[in-house]
Design a protein around this ligand. Structure first.
Ligand code: SAH
Ligand code: SF4
Length: 358
């Protein structure tokens, strides 16, 4: 989709064209200008020539009982970026980010996981994207395009289908691309375009305090998640090199300020990696850090990318019990973790065929 020439084509057109076109592109999700039937034919032709709407992408198999689909979206420079759609049963009582709405009536909701960068410079040892290295930031348009792609696909299946939630948990660290990330959030939130409530969006960060501070000042109700993965700095530094720059104490201080300012809950993500961070001692240390109002903990079964192994179900249960007994709000949710987030990066890495098609 190439709409940066839009303003040039619309020069001399009445002002209301913009609103009309926004509705066609981001509410009706047209994929061909001919579908924009209320526009003059000549304008449609000009738009077709200057602003092609096609999104080149490849969808991969519908996996697992959770109905996860992944796609590589091809960008103008030939690079590709990974995005995931997950259709998930709504559970009012269990979903930490439950929001009432249309998804209730449907009984399940469509969550899209978007990437914010191609690769990631932070190099976390457990993360497929981190092991890819870093290529470049995505523009806000390229972030939005991932959502539009899934929305078109859903609409083609059934006109009642809609993207309900968006998580910035794909490839890359959103706060290293803050301006484009926040531009994308505001665009997606805009009632004249995609009109998805900020409360239905979540951003995950490796703990970049500058980004957390900036987000606190945005007056947006987006959910914040922090990738913790270890209850002490030395283990965290081994897993996440960036932890050398951001100590846990600094992250918690910044998060507490964020909570004071926004009154919003914060989700901490904790990967469960066999023999690395899943002992009962780890659980007790973690409990001491987590026992605060508005802190939520999400345990994520590690999705094996070759380097580490996933904790057993039993270990995860024991770990969770220790935390629960200590009064921590804790969930184990596949959807927030292995099915969505860990899916990202792996596709890129494993799919050499896709790479050779570039
Ligand atoms: N860079 C941001 C957002 C993208 S990663 C961040 O790190 O938070 C989104 C989530 O997926 C993070 O919590 C990350 O730690 C997690 N993740 C990465 N690799 C994973 C894997 N192999 N299995 C499960 N979760 C993984
Ligand atoms: Fe980057 Fe997040 Fe992966 Fe770490 S976990 S390498 S910050 S994408």
């Amino acid at each position: 989709m190439k709409i940066k020439n839009l303003s040039k084509v619309l020069e001399g057109q009445p002002k209301y064209r913009y609103a009309q076109i926004n509705k066609f592109l981001f509410q009706d999700y047209i994929s061909d200008w001919d579908e924009a039937s209320s526009l003059p034919k000549k304008l449609r032709e000009e738009l077709s020539a200057a602003c092609p709407l096609e999104i080149k992408a490849e969808v991969f198999a519908n996996e697992s009982r959770q109905k996860t689909q992944r796609a590589l979206v091809y960008l103008e420079d030939g690079e590709s970026v990974e995005t995931v759609l997950i259709r998930q049963k709504v559970d009012k009582n269990k979903d930490a980010d439950y929001e009432p709405g249309e998804a209730d009536k449907r009984g399940y909701r469509n969550t899209v996981c978007v990437s914010s960068q191609i690769g990631c410079p932070l190099g976390c040892t457990f993360c497929a994207t981190g092991q890819l290295g870093f290529l470049r930031n995505l523009s806000s348009a390229e972030i939005v395009e991932q959502v539009v792609f899934w929305q078109r696909l859903l609409k083609a299946e059934n006109s009642q289908e809609k993207v309900d939630n968006i998580v910035f948990m794909g490839m890359g660290e959103p706060f290293l691309n803050y301006p484009e990330f926040i531009k994308a959030v505001k665009f997606i939130n805009n009632p004249e375009t995609l009109n998805i409530g900020a409360r239905r969006m979540s951003v995950s960060t490796a703990g970049l305090t500058e980004g957390i501070k900036k987000l606190a000042g945005e007056k947006l109700q987006i959910n914040l998640a922090i990738s913790l993965h270890a209850a002490n700095d030395s283990l965290r530094q081994k897993l996440m090199p960036i932890a050398k720059k951001y100590a846990l104490a600094d992250i918690f201080k910044t998060v507490d300020d964020y909570i004071k300012k926004t009154g919003r809950r914060v989700m901490f993500e904790y990967l469960m990696i066999k023999g690395i961070n899943d002992s009962s001692q780890d659980a007790e240390n973690l409990a001491r850090l987590m026992r605060k109002p508005l802190y939520l903990l999400n345990l994520i079964p590690y999705n094996d990318t070759g380097r580490f192994q996933t904790s057993s179900r039993e270990t995860i249960n024991d770990f969770k019990n220790i935390l629960e007994k200590a009064g921590v709000s804790v969930t184990v949710r596949l959807s927030f973790g292995s099915d969505i987030a860990a899916a990202c990066g792996q596709l890129h890495k494993n799919n050499s065929a896709a790479k050779s098609r570039r």
